[in-house]
Design a protein around this ligand. Structure first.
Ligand code: ADP
Length: 284
């Protein structure tokens, strides 16, 4: 199968600093792939290169079968992009924002009207069409960004920190939209986040990025298989030591066998634990 997105030995250097360092990755059509990492890991820079907004210093990037360096226009017609900073025009209405984007993509008038209506309905903004964007809540603005990104019928959607700064309920709603787009339309998605619950809930496969490098990737099950699913925590002064076990059961058995269990507890391992194990640091 031809990958929907592929990066081969990609580097990005800013001011003599390598912010993306030898990144190689392939995302299959229909997959939701999550890039997880702390701030500054290079996730946004990766998205910017994939979406033709920044050019790689070295390496090859192919998106929807097109080389981002030489076929940028073709890439742009195949992708939808939802960036971290809200990129919709605040002084225009919801409808005008959609209309503007539709014209930029040369969508014929009749189809444009029909699709704008369809996507605004899909994201639940039909009753806000003539409101200025600046009057919308953060979650509504994000939904408008998604509707706009979908208007020209892209096959791949890129979402850079799609739910950052949103309350848990709004985040859930966006997750449902993202999952539905993937399941009902088979849309390939790459999203970045530093929320581990987001990748645990949404993603078929996960890549963990740190300091410009992809330090681990696989399905959640594969990552647990490799690093462990159960943890014994031991309090040492004001910090905790972690011991990984293949299963929670084995972690419990280990704890049961300890003559002195003071300051010890077990729990299931999560992605953050795996990140800490790999890097010695937290995700935030
Ligand atoms: P993340 O999205 O994982 O938080 P970024 O890709 O935004 O990480 O940033 C990675 C590193 O690249 C950071 O150290 C950031 O300061 C640097 N960086 C990003 N964009 C630029 C730029 N346009 N010029 C210089 N440095 C940049």
């Amino acid at each position: 199968m031809v990958a929907a997105v592929s990066l081969a030995n990609v580097h990005k250097v800013y001011n003599n600093t390598c912010v993306v360092n030898d990144l190689s990755l392939a995302i299959e059509p229909g997959e939701i792939f999550g890039l997880l990492g702390p701030n500054g890991a290079g996730k946004s820079t990766t998205i910017r290169m994939l979406t033709t907004l920044a050019q790689q210093t070295q390496g090859d990037i192919v998106v929807a079968g097109y080389d981002v360096r030489f076929q940028a226009a073709e890439v742009r017609s195949e992708i939808g992009v939802v960036l971290q900073q809200v990129s919709v025009d605040m002084d225009m209405t919801v409808w005008e924002n959609m209309e503007f984007h539709g014209r930029m993509h040369h969508i014929p008038a009749a189809k444009r009207q029909e699709d704008i209506r369809r996507w605004l309905d899909y994201v639940g903004l039909s009753d806000r069409t003539s409101d200025k964007v600046k009057t919308l809540s953060g979650g509504m603005k994000r939904r408008l960004q998604i509707a706009r990104a979908l208007l020209h019928n892209p096959s791949i959607l890129f979402l850079d920190e799609p739910t950052v700064g949103l309350d848990p309920q709004t985040r859930r709603r966006l997750w449902e939209i993202i999952l539905d787009l993937n399941k009902s339309q088979g849309m390939t998605m790459l999203l970045t986040t530093h929320y581990m619950e987001e990748v645990e809930y949404l993603c078929d496969r996960i890549g963990i990025m740190d300091q410009g490098q992809l330090i681990e990737s696989g399905t959640l099950a594969e990552l647990h298989q490799k690093h462990g699913s159960g943890i014994v925590m031991k309090q040492k002064g004001d910090r905790w030591d972690y011991l990984f076990f293949p299963t929670l059961n084995e972690a419990n058995q280990y704890l049961d066998a300890q003559p002195d269990k003071t300051g010890m507890m077990t729990r299931p391992a999560n992605l953050e634990d795996i990140f800490v194990e790999l890097t010695g640091r937290n995700l935030d």
